[in-house]
Design a protein around this ligand. Structure first.
Ligand SMILES: NC(=O)c1ccc[n+]([C@@H]2O[C@H](COP(=O)([O-])OP(=O)(O)OC[C@H]3O[C@@H](n4cnc5c(N)ncnc54)[C@H](OP(=O)(O)O)[C@@H]3O)[C@@H](O)[C@H]2O)c1
Length: 283
């Protein structure tokens, strides 16, 4: 049995490969990547794989039994790219596909949701058994801003008291590896999120507590938050996009209390406090 992982040189993909290596033999794992040089240290077989190159994908998927399709990061091109991958998998005879979608994709107001919903429909329209791994926000999206908050004494946002059930990439990677190496997941859609939910105020308080510094959360109107992100150096489009995710957060789109992630990985998800401690320790 061979398992192929797309996006294996990405931040999530590297962790999925690591988790798979702990569960199965390395000769059963294939990294499907568009930049083979970046994959040299993964310690598994590497094959060329570009979501825009159907013929190369079919060739690289031959003898792959199970495929993890990690969603592309090229927003706007993803439905076409994901469809290319799924069609290539059909042609190559892949027997199972797991796909990383978005938490509560069909009800989420996040602008990202549409491409995920449409990809899920493509998966459901074909004969290959599949599992949908709907990911909540990665905790690293938040811990990346810790040092800015420490420097300025303020954590900015526009999500009000919106609750965030984020989880670390490590935990999402463990769940993917579990689904790829065990039975009973076919046809299922998992809503994957952290066990605990926090607000941006909770996060500011946790950073303050761990660092001994005075750090508060300042909630801004969405336009002001977008401007603040631009002033911090982000391109206008990305600033608008990130500010928009805070509007969805306030609506509750990043909250989930189903605990399906901890059930899959058979342990509690990494807490915000631990993730902040790890980030402060440079882990
Ligand atoms: N839930 C969240 O908070 C969150 C946050 C960020 C992203 N995401 C989504 O989850 C995915 C995985 O997250 P991540 O943090 O691992 O993102 P990432 O580090 O940006 O990795 C994305 C991976 O996709 C690969 N890729 C992009 N375009 C491709 C193409 N045309 N053909 C083949 N491979 C391609 C990249 O290849 P290279 O290594 O060659 O660049 C990279 O390995 C992202 O792509 C995005 O869809 C979710």
């Amino acid at each position: 049995m061979k398992i192929g992982v797309t996006g294996a040189t990405g931040q999530l993909g590297v962790k999925v490969i690591k988790e798979l290596k702990e569960k199965i033999s390395t000769d059963q794992i294939v990294a499907l990547v568009r930049s083979p040089k970046k994959a040299a240290d993964l310690g598994v077989e590497v094959r060329s794989f570009d979501y825009n190159e159907p013929d190369i994908m079919v060739e690289s998927l031959k003898d792959i039994d199970k495929l993890l399709l990690i969603s592309s990061n090229e927003i706007g091109k993803r439905l076409e790219q994901h469809t290319n991958v799924i069609e290539a998998a059909q042609k190559a005879g892949v027997k199972f596909i797991a796909y990383t979608s978005l938490l509560h994709a069909e009800t989420s107001s996040l602008v990202l949701a549409g491409e995920h919903v449409e990809t899920e429909k493509v998966l459901k329209s074909i004969e290959i058994p599949f599992t949908i791994l709907r990911h909540g926000w990665y905790t690293e999206n938040y811990t990346n801003s810790i040092y800015g908050a420490i420097a300025g004494g303020v954590l900015l946002g526009s999500s009000g008291d919106g609750k965030i059930s984020s989880a670390t990439r490590d935990d999402f990677a463990k769940a993917a590896a579990e689904v790829l190496t065990s039975e009973g997941h076919e046809g299922k859609t998992y809503e994957l999120a952290g066990d605990e939910a926090f607000t941006m105020s909770d996060m500011a308080a946790e950073i303050a507590q761990q660092t001994g510094k005075n750090i508060v959360y300042k909630n801004l109107p969405v336009a002001e938050y977008a401007t603040a992100l631009e002033n911090a150096g982000l391109p206008e489009g990305i600033a608008q996009f990130l500010a928009g995710t805070h509007v969805s957060t306030e609506k509750g789109d990043l909250f989930d209390s189903s605990h399906q992630l901890s059930q899959l990985i058979k342990k509690p998800t990494t807490s915000l406090a631990q993730a902040i401690a790890d980030a402060l320790a440079g882990l």
